[in-house]
Ligand binder design. Structure first.
Ligand SMILES: Cc1cc2nc3c(=O)[nH]c(=O)nc-3n(C[C@H](O)[C@H](O)[C@H](O)COP(=O)(O)OP(=O)(O)OC[C@H]3O[C@@H](n4cnc5c(N)ncnc54)[C@H](O)[C@@H]3O)c2cc1C
Length: 335
């Protein structure tokens, strides 16, 4: 199968941070056949491979990337009863919109998360009390090692908090082609989150009202990329710490919030820690921590990946010094 492989393609326009120098080679694929063609080219020329979806969770280097950047555009959405399948290159929020319109629930709280279906699976996206893993049935992938198409059940994806098996090796082994979701015809609103409790009060939210509410809340609370601002959403994961460390922290600062997770560990809010460390709205040249959400790092006009990395390291150091907590990036940093 013939695929157009371009040279020296600037990556900034393919990422929501709006940063990234040229890819040595760049290919966009629309089918499994084209994926095979590109993998052949990569193997024949012994190139490094980087997979790109919507570019909404990556920080790519200013100097560009050696090897080949593969942008997955594979499309196709099918609904069969409550089973939905979607090509990895479909825009995630289009799937949510279509599911809600058909009265299928399970992903409505994940409305308006940028990026593709492939990126959503890779990251196990989550928001407002829902995670993709809760509805994911199976994932079809192209295995670069065996050159075969394979299907992973939910269990075999080893999902965790913003984690999946697809992140496990430095050089990618699996190219996600399609995801199957098991949605529900019986809607039970998930209104655990304080923002939703506040929004709905005692009113019972319908499925479409829930999607509308999530969109409204996200638009007022979050920073979305625009021509003048680049961002990849939350730059850091919410750290999970031992109860001993949590107790030590709240002895010093009782307003620090934590939620108990399994095995008695406590999930803290990265945004609160970054804010308490004094970073909210701070700028470092052409990059900064957002005024709305301190764990969202933003690049203004002329912002560079190196500056974002520098800023994130300063933030991590001050959170470590103040609270003894290690912040891990949620964004895939290639810079
Ligand atoms: C404003 C904003 C708000 C956000 N809010 C949320 C949120 O509420 N919750 C949340 O979880 N995330 C959130 N994000 C992060 C981001 O939207 C998600 O992580 C999204 O799923 C990334 O998808 P993508 O297609 O853009 O992936 P990319 O950024 O292109 O890639 C991310 C990673 O996935 C890999 N990848 C992508 N496609 C494939 C594929 N087909 N096969 C194999 N690997 C692949 C890439 O190699 C890379 O390592 C937000 C981002 C922004 C900018």
């Amino acid at each position: 199968m013939h695929v157009k492989i371009r040279k020296n393609v600037k990556l900034a326009r393919y990422t929501t941070f709006h940063v990234g120098g040229p890819a040595e080679f760049f290919a966009e694929v629309n089918s499994v056949g084209e994926v095979k063609g590109v993998v052949d080219f990569v193997k024949k020329n012994k190139l490094k491979l980087f997979i790109l979806g919507g570019g909404s969770n990556v920080l790519l280097p200013d100097k560009g990337m050696k090897g080949l950047v593969l942008k997955v555009n594979i499309k196709g959405i099918k609904f069969r009863n409550n089973l939905t399948s979607a090509g990895a290159g479909e825009i995630w929020d289009n799937i949510v919109a279509k599911a809600v319109a058909k009265g299928l629930s399970g992903i409505e709280n994940l409305s308006l998360i940028p990026g593709t279906v492939g990126g959503a699976v890779y990251q196990n996206i989550g928001a407002y009390g829902m995670e993709l893993k809760d509805v994911l049935d199976s994932v079809e992938v192209f295995d670069i090692k065996s050159l075969a198409v394979k299907r992973f059940s939910n269990k075999k994806c080893y999902f965790g908090y913003r984690q999946s098996i697809f992140q496990q090796s430095e050089n990618p082994r699996y190219i996600i082609l399609e995801a199957g979701l098991k949605l529900s015809k019986n809607y039970v609103p998930n209104v655990e989150y304080p923002d939703l409790v506040k929004y709905f009060g005692s009113k019972k939210a319908s499925l479409s009202e829930m999607r509308k509410a999530i969109i409204k809340i996200r638009k007022t609370k979050l920073v979305y990329p625009s021509d003048s601002i680049g961002t990849a959403g939350s730059f850091f994961k919410n750290p999970i710490v031992s109860s001993a460390l949590f107790n030590k922290i709240i002895k010093q600062q009782p307003d620090i919030k934590g939620r108990e997770t399994d095995r008695g560990r406590i999930k803290l809010f990265a945004g609160q820690l970054v804010e308490e460390a004094g970073w909210k709205g701070k700028r470092l040249g052409s990059v900064g921590a957002s005024e709305k959400h301190s764990m969202v790092l933003v690049s203004y006009k002329g912002g560079k990946a190196v500056d974002i990395v520098k800023l994130s390291n300063l933030i991590r150091k001050s959170v470590k010094d103040k609270f003894g907590v290690d912040l891990e990036p949620e964004v895939k940093i290639m810079a």
